[in-house]
Design a protein around this ligand. Structure first.
Ligand SMILES: Cc1ncc(COP(=O)(O)O)c(C=O)c1O
Length: 477
């Protein structure tokens, strides 16, 4: 009964519910399905049990600590859900007339204003539906800007090797040549190298800050000077704004365009392929290139407005409205002071864990980190054969989701830890104890770690097999 696919639970005729009276008379012939749709036939109660069973096997923020570095799996306050479930928001239709949608348009406008305030940007679009989508949007704007200036020949985008992996992918999708900038031993952008390479072909530089080692770039002013002198634009990957809110703003640091991950910094957990939101902010100079439509205020009315220079639409309608609404709720419930405190606690929690763990794992940066840090199990692996993967799997037995593994790529046996601001000292101590115990166990009883996890509903998976022989589609034998 359990561990079966929903298709294997199917019994002909079990589903007594019909969606609505949909027969061939209501569907025009040309749209009518020719073959029977292969859907599982299960009763409502079996369906509910099936998904509850799957949920019990998964680990979410509501089950326990989830320090998945770079993904910010933080708690999403219930008030966000309450506001997002208000009927007039939930049931709004994007094709309603603008005069009918004034309340929701006010939310979009005020969220945009709040995000401009937090980032120091002039204008903002809420359309992109994820961080990487925001990167793509930003680069399309930069490209259109250069082309409109007769400088479409600019084709190089500089990306430090400590940038988030989506950055080079986004640049390549826009048709740019990616030029990697190496990091110095301290994990900072090699400014000398950048200076050598920046030339009249420079289109932009993409900076992830704090970078994937969890450190704040030291030479931003110099980097901005080099890129702007070469005629390029500066793009800020602001997915990790939760490390700096209320302290520094990309707009004040000289960035021309940036994206935010509302589904990280402004709550709503990240991951699982669920809906996200990656608003893009920019300077006044780049504002005409933002996606259409922009939301404006005219007297007491909110209006959508198109710009002739716009890159066009990047998503249907106006973005993931309910994710944006949750972010606006979060901003209003915390206020400016609360957002600043959220960043302080995110940074404090990461530094607390880093300090407790540094005796047992090799830290990849000296001194303080921002909201996350990267440690390596390389020495443990060399001395005991226990890898970062084994350590990560052992955490599952302690009901903790493992940190991000083997990322960033520049660190061997990497474990990237992001505790987030919402966790208590008690939880952080528990997680540190678990990680310390695993490091000690590696020397005493490595076999126990090789076999972990042993208490979870799903034991150690054959990850190589899953990657080499993926079964992505159900087929009846
Ligand atoms: C620094 C950084 N940039 C970009 C992204 C991409 O965001 P998304 O997964 O929403 O596309 C992430 C994701 O966590 C990130 O951490």
């Amino acid at each position: 009964m359990y561990n079966k696919l929903i298709f294997e639970k199917s019994v002909a005729g079990a589903n007594k519910r019909k969606l609505f009276n949909c027969d061939e008379k209501t569907v025009p012939e040309k749209y009518a399905r020719k073959a029977k749709l292969n859907l599982p036939d299960v009763s409502e109660v079996d369906l509910v049990r099936h998904y509850q069973e799957l949920a019990r096997k998964a680990h979410g923020v509501a089950n326990g600590f989830y320090p998945l570095g770079s993904c910010t799996m933080k708690y999403n306050p219930i008030i966000n859900e309450e506001i997002a479930s208000i009927e007039n928001f939930r049931n709004i239709h994007p094709l309603q007339s603008q005069s009918d949608m004034q309340g929701s348009m006010e939310v979009m406008y005020k969220l945009k204003e709040a995000l401009c305030e937090v980032t120091g940007m002039y204008d903002m679009t809420l359309q992109p539906s994820a961080g990487a989508h925001g990167e793509l949007t930003s680069l399309m704007m930069i490209k259109q800007f250069h082309e409109s200036n007769g400088e479409g020949y600019r084709n190089k985008v500089f990306i430090p090797d400590s940038a988030h992996g989506t950055n080079p992918a986004s640049a390549a999708m826009v048709g740019y040549e990616v030029v990697e900038i190496p990091s110095t031993d301290g994990g900072f952008v090699d400014v000398k190298k950048l200076e050598e390479l920046a030339d009249e072909k420079t289109a932009a530089l993409m900076l992830t800050n704090p970078n994937t080692l969890g450190i704040f770039e030291r030479d931003i002013v110099k980097i901005a000077e080099i890129i702007h002198k070469a005629g390029g634009k500066l793009y800020y990957d602001g997915a990790n704004m939760n490390a700096i809110m209320g302290y520094v703003r990309p707009g004040d640091m000289g960035f021309d365009v940036m994206h935010l991950n509302l589904h990280k910094t402004f709550s709503t957990p990240h991951g699982g392929g669920g809906p996200g939101s990656g608003p893009v902010g920019c300077t006044q100079e780049l504002a005409p290139f933002l996606p259409n439509p922009s939301i404006k205020k005219n007297g007491e009315m909110y209006e959508f407005e198109d710009s002739d220079d716009s890159i066009g639409k990047v998503k249907s309608f106006y973005g993931n409205f309910l994710v944006n609404l949750r972010a606006y709720t979060y901003i209003l419930s915390l206020g400016g002071k609360g957002l600043k405190e959220a960043s302080e606690n995110a940074v404090l929690n990461a530094n607390y864990m880093k300090a407790r763990l540094k005796e047992y794992y090799e830290m990849q940066s000296d001194g303080y980190c921002m909201h996350e840090f990267v440690m390596s199990a390389s020495k443990i692996k060399d001395e005991t054969g226990i890898s970062a993967l084994d350590i990560a799997k052992s955490m599952l037995d302690a009901k903790i989701h493992p940190p991000t593994m083997y990322f960033p790529l520049i660190v061997k046996e990497a474990l990237m830890v992001e505790p987030t601001e919402t966790e208590s000292k008690k939880t952080l101590d528990y997680a540190c104890d678990v990680l310390i115990d695993s490091a000690k166990l590696a020397y005493k009883d490595p076999e126990a770690l090789h076999n972990a996890p042993s208490t979870t509903p799903v034991k150690r998976l054959d990850e190589v097999g899953a990657a080499r022989n993926p079964i992505l589609k159900y087929t009846e034998e």
